[in-house]
Design a protein around this ligand. Sequence first.
Ligand SMILES: [Zn+2]
Length: 306
Amino acid sequence: MRLLRKHSCPMRGVHRCLAPRSMPAILAAAAVLAPAHAAGQAPELSPTTVPQGGLVRVTYRLPEGRSLEKASLVFGSTQAQCFPYQGVLTGLLGVSARTRPGEGTATLWVRYQDGSHEKFPLSLTVTSANFPTQRIRMAKSKTGLMSPEILKKEREILNEALASTAPEPLWEGPFANPLEGRITSPFGRERYVNGRFWGFHSGRDVASPAGRPVKAANTGRVTLARKLWMRGNTVAIDHGMGVFTLYEHLSRFSVTPGQQIKKGEVVGLVGSTGFSTGPHLHWELRIHGVPTNPAGPLREGISLTP
Ligand SMILES: [Zn+2]
């Protein structure tokens, strides 16, 4: 491998080095070197042990001379598209808060323009985040929003807003809190509404009087600014590479879809629209659609390089 990297064309280097030897020796040497020429460096997952709701990065230096068509890191039902970044295939995977803890396998699929593909099984261990349980009382007038039809309609709109992402990072540095205030419900809590299991909390709730400005957690492009049923007035921002943030229950919007937005710019005002018991901001970090714990990206950003 070290020999190959010194030459701009490895095969030319092999011919030059082995020219005085016999033909069988050349063929034997070529047989040893050929796989190294054909394959890229082994893909790397980081970290290889992750808590529920955590974030994993894959990097893979593609083989020389082969043109990428598409690549995904697949883990359970999650498909995380990967993109070339600074010459290295790079992808981000959000591990759902509902993933059962234990040893598993994430698979990197790489398809090339010549029709060939590579497949790499990569070990990934998920640990329990010990999310606590929360019980909520909701007024009867709002429980009608919990219907499967409304949820389906809302999910379709949201999926469309999160379907297309910039193939490069638009975010800069650590993510910023969209709103200062007391966190009334952190990410990941198991929720029971009026005694019925309702799922896990997919974002973070921040208490605030109505009307306070809500700011973009990072730089990106607005892909959604509209009224939804459960989420109320909702804004979605694409930060590139599959990373999105959502801002919900707003009283009003300050942005429109398609708009470029900088970290800290106002997206709307705090409200209590949709499935909400009072003025607060619910915001989410999603990686390829998977709600992910924002604590790490708030602390240190999202790194794309090992
Ligand atoms: Zn919430």
